[in-house]
Design a protein around this ligand. Sequence first.
Ligand code: ADP
Ligand code: F6P
Length: 323
Amino acid sequence: MKQIAVLTSGGDAPGMNAAIRAVVRTGIDKGWQVCGVNNGYHGLLNDNIIPLGARDVGGVIQRGGTILGSSRSPEFETEEGQLKAIRNLKRHDIEALIVIGGNGSQQGAFSLSKRGFPIVGIASTIDNDLYGPDITLGVDTALNIALEAIDRLKVTASSHQRAFLVEVMGRNCGYLAMMSGIAGGAEYVVLPEVDTDPEEIAQRLRADYQKGKQHAIIVVAEGAKYNAEKLSAYFKKHQERLGFDLRMTIIGHVQRGGAPGAFDRLLGTRMGAAATDALTQKKEGVLVGLYKGEISTLPLENVVSHKKKLDLKLLKLAKALNK
Ligand code: ADP
Ligand code: F6P
C-alpha cells in the first residue's frame, strides 16, 4: 500500500480533527502518502483531493468541526455517483479510503466497499445512532454542551419558578435527550422513540408545581413527535393549569460546534490509529469503534443492516429520579 485517503461526511462532530490527524500521522508512520478529500462525498465526486503532510494536521486536535469540511451529497447515493467516486480515487492511485461519519456516511462507505473498494469507517456522530459502538465520536462533547445549557437554564428557571422546554439535537434518535436529561436532572425527557402525551406532561408539571418545585426542565429531542415548538404551542393553551410560567430554548447546532473534550480527542485519536492498523491487517469493509470498552472493528454490513435501539431502561430511570 502506498497511498490512502480520508474524508469526513454528514454532520460534523467534535473530535473529527483528532481522528484526521491520527490517520495522517499513523499513515505516514507506515510509509504511506495520505490524501484528504475536502467536503465529504461531494468533494470525492468533484475530485477535490489533496495530499496531507504531518504539518497540515498540526494544531487541530483541540478544534471542533472538521478541517476537511463535510457535506451531504444526494448524487453519491446513486450508482453513477458511486462509480464516479471510485474512478476518481483510482485516478489518484488511492488504494483505500477512510470514512469518518455517522449512519448515512457509513451506508455510503458500505456501498463503495460492496463495489470492491477497500474501505474503513470511523464511527463519528453526535447522535450515537450507529449500530454497534458503545459511544461514537462527538457524543461526549455534545452532551457536555447540552448540560452546560441545562444547568444555566435551571438557574434562571428556579429564580422565576419557570418550566423550560430544552430542545437538543437528534432527528431519529433520542440518545442525546435521554442522557442529557438524566445527567441534567430534568423532570421529563421527550424522545422520538416513545409516544408522549402532552396532556400527561401538563398534568405532571402541575403536580410538580403543587409540590413546591422551583423549576421544571423538560428535555425534548428535536425529532420527537411533539418537539419543543409543538409542546410550547400545546402548553400555551393550558398555561394557567401548569402553574409554572413556561419558556423554550432550542440548543440546536451550538451542541455540535464545540471544541472536543479529552474523551473525544482520545477516542478520535485511537480510532484514527486503529483505522490505519486495520488497513495494514487487510481488514476492509469494517467500522472502527468503541465496542464494549475496546477499540476494535465490526463489519460494515453488520452495522448498516441493523438499527441501534435506545435502552429504554434508562427512560424508566429518568422517571424514577423525578420526585
Ligand atoms: P450522517 O453520516 O451524519 O448520518 P447523512 O445521513 O446526512 O449523515 O449522510 C451523509 C451522506 O452519506 C449523504 O449525504 C450521502 O451522500 C451518503 N449516504 C447516506 N445514505 C446513503 C446510502 N444509503 N447509500 C449511499 N450513500 C449514502
Ligand atoms: O446527525 C447529526 C445531526 O446534528 C442531528 O442531530 C441533526 O438532526 C442533524 O445533524 C442536523 O443536520 P444539519 O446540520 O444538516 O442541519
